[in-house]
Design a protein around this ligand. Sequence first.
Ligand code: TIU
Length: 221
Amino acid sequence: MTIISAQPYDYELPEDGNIALIVIDMQRDFMELGGFGDILGNDVSLLQAIVPTLKTLLAGCRSRNLPIFHTTEGHQPDLSDCPDSKRKRGKGKLTIGDAGSLGRILILGEPGNGIIPELAPLPGEIVIPKPGKGAFYNTDLEPLLKERNVTHLLITGVTTEVCVQTTMREANDRGYECLLVEDATESYFPEFKQATLEMVRAQGGIVGWTATTDQVLQGLQ
Ligand code: TIU
């Protein structure tokens, strides 16, 4: 039995369980000027804080040969998978599909959709393009996890209360035991990050657990 010291209580990975790392949307669209996060009016520099910790966690998971999944939020060039409601939201000068300084905003394959170089996926790691906020909606994530008999998920990435929390809730409803890594997730709104950490682990871990990168790597040894 692997035990990670976590909140609201220890997170347990039994001998017959398998754990995977999920890195949500660490793409230029959210991290850099000219991307989707920026056009929505956010201070994108806030998200840089987790890059070193997430790098450490990725290295630790790679050295333990854990399955690693990266996601990117993005749409087909013809926007056939983007509801009008999503395009209209925000009422900014630019919206999804428009040309920005990182290419067409939130479109798969554009420069903005690329994962930042510090956290680039290695060969063998799976990159899941996702049209929604949750990583299970309209993607192959669930069958790919099932193929690998994954039962437990370490969840990381941006932004904590949007795509990260949505994914964690989707995973929780599907029966995965989820741990949100506190210093490997970030938000444009520090108070929303804090509230998310507290709400997922409240009520006896109603959505799952939280722990730091150090706690995770110590427990996984
Ligand atoms: N706007 C915002 O906080 N997030 C998103 O739109 N997507 C993700 O969280 N990836």
